[in-house]
Structures are given as structure tokens and as C-alpha cells.
Design a protein around this ligand. Structure first.
Ligand code: ADP
Ligand code: MG
Length: 245
């Protein structure tokens, strides 16, 4: 037993989409403060796996707990979702709301903060991600990189214990990838527990405590980045890394 209780504990997770067996017995733990990066080919189940952590996807077998709470327990699910922030490839901002409104909505509605308090905190967060000057604009008026930074600020406004990122830079023009990775690096330095699906191998190498390689619904290999990138043990890992590095 590890001395520290894991923040996320996934045991023997199986997920089917109809006849398609998408997750084939995933067992994985994430410690508080850990930065886990998940890599693997398209269609290997990475998105499905992280969506099971806050039960955006239901699953047929196995258990997932967050902070000791079973995600299958419907009474606990709202609390779990408050503790888990998520950032998607497509930023998923509310287009008819300003940046500031996007970031204050959750805290006002769910955390019951006053508007003034929510706005004060939102401005701090927008400052932190470098877009305080865009607060009054609408998402459509921002670049992709700026929108993704708003999405990160919006998730952080709920004061999550865990942040999930599903290919947060994959929809961005190349020149905007860096500004989003910088924000994520900053978050990692601040001690946030993070699970990141990404194809940015440089980021994985620099930020991850542990890298998980998935293929066809299984965890093929997991290791610290240095080990997995320089001496992968499994042939499937080697073949994948050869294609992407
Ligand atoms: P990845 O994120 O690694 O690219 P996904 O988790 O998105 O992989 O998908 C894993 C598999 O599940 C793929 O074969 C995909 O086509 C399938 N899949 C994903 N979402 C759905 C869905 N909502 N309905 C049916 N099949 C799905
Ligand atoms: Mg995916």
C-alpha cells in the first residue's frame, strides 16, 4: 500500500460502446499532486478513459473513485464533478457569454459565490492565464489559444482538486500551442494534480511524473518519461514512439 491515498483509483475498468470493447480492464491510480500523461494512437480509448473519471461516460465493469468517492454513486456525482475540472480539445465555451461570464457562471451557480466575489476571483485567474484584458469580449472574438486559456481559467474557478485535459492543444494553430502549454506548465508547478492526454511529447517529457501508453483499450506500458522515451520495454510502445517522435 502506498502511504498516500490516491486521488483517482481506477480498477479493472471495462467499457463497451455496443459491441465495441473500448476499455479492456484498465487499472490505474493517480496520486495527489501527480502529473500523469496518457499517450497512444487515435482510437485507443484515451478520451473514453478520462471521461470515465468524472463519469461523462458510463462504464459496465470495474470501479472508479475520485478522492475516495465512487463515481457510480449518483448522490456523490455532483460533488465529484465539482472537484474535477476538464478541458477539451474544442474549448466548449458558451459563445453568447463574455469571457468573464464564462468564468463566473459555475462559481455563482454551483459554488454560490456572490457576483462580486466570483468576478474578483475570475479576474485573478484571467490574469494568471494572461488574458485579463479580454474579459469583456466574447469567445468568438478570441484566438483559439486565448479561448483555451479561458477554458482553463473557467475550470480553475471551481477550485478543482484534479484537472483532466483531453488533447487541449490539438485544435490549435501551431503558433498558439506554446501559450496553452505554458499555462499548463504553470499549473503543474503550482502542484495541481493533472491527467493529460496529449501528443505533445516535449511537454510529456518535461512535465509528466509518469507516462502511460495505451493501445487498443489497454495500458501497454507505464513509466517515468525518461524511461519510456529512451528505453520503452514494449514493442508496441516503441513502434508508436517511432511514428510520433
Ligand atoms: P482516443 O481518444 O484514444 O482517440 P476514444 O476514447 O475517443 O479514443 O475512442 C475509443 C474507441 O471508441 C474508438 O474506436 C471510437 O471510435 C469509439 N468510440 C468513442 N466514442 C464513441 C461513441 N460515443 N459511440 C461509439 N463508439 C465510440
Ligand atoms: Mg481522444
Amino acid at each position: 500500500m502506498s502511504p498516500v491515498e490516491p486521488l483517482v483509483r481506477i480498477q479493472n475498468l471495462h467499457k463497451y460502446f455496443g459491441p465495441l470493447h473500448v476499455l479492456k480492464g484498465i487499472t490505474l491510480e493517480v496520486a495527489p499532486g501527480e502529473r500523469l500523461v496518457i499517450i497512444g494512437p487515435s482510437g485507443s480509448g484515451k478520451s473514453t478513459l478520462i471521461r470515465c473519471i468524472n463519469r461523462l461516460e458510463d462504464f459496465q465493469e470495474g470501479t472508479v473513485t475520485v478522492d475516495g468517492m465512487d463515481v457510480k454513486d449518483d448522490r456523490l456525482l455532483p460533488k465529484i464533478r465539482r472537484e474535477v475540472g476538464m478541458v477539451f480539445q474544442q474549448f466548449n465555451l458558451f459563445p453568447h457569454m463574455t469571457v468573464l461570464e464564462n468564468v463566473t457562471l459555475g462559481p455563482i451557480r454551483v459554488r454560490r459565490l456572490s457576483r462580486a466575489e466570483a468576478e474578483r476571483k475570475a479576474m485573478e485567474l484571467l490574469e494568471r492565464v494572461g488574458i485579463a484584458d479580454q474579459a469583456k469580449k466574447y469567445p468568438g472574438q478570441l484566438s483559439g489559444g486565448q479561448q483555451q486559456r479561458v477554458a482553463i481559467a473557467r475550470a480553475l474557478a471551481m477550485e478543482p482538486k484534479l484537472m483532466l485535459f483531453d488533447e487541449p492543444t490539438s485544435a490549435l494553430d501551431p503558433e498558439m500551442v506554446g501559450e496553452v502549454l505554458d499555462v499548463m506548465r504553470d499549473l503543474a508547478r503550482g502542484g495541481m494534480t493533472m491527467v493529460v492526454v496529449t501528443h505533445e511529447m516535449g511537454f510529456a517529457r518535461e512535465v509528466a511524473d509518469r507516462v502511460v501508453f495505451m493501445d487498443r483499450g489497454e495500458i501497454v506500458e507505464e513509466a517515468p518519461p525518461e524511461a519510456i522515451f529512451t528505453r520503452p520495454k514494449e514493442e508496441r510502445t516503441r513502434a508508436f514512439l517511432q511514428r510520433v517522435l
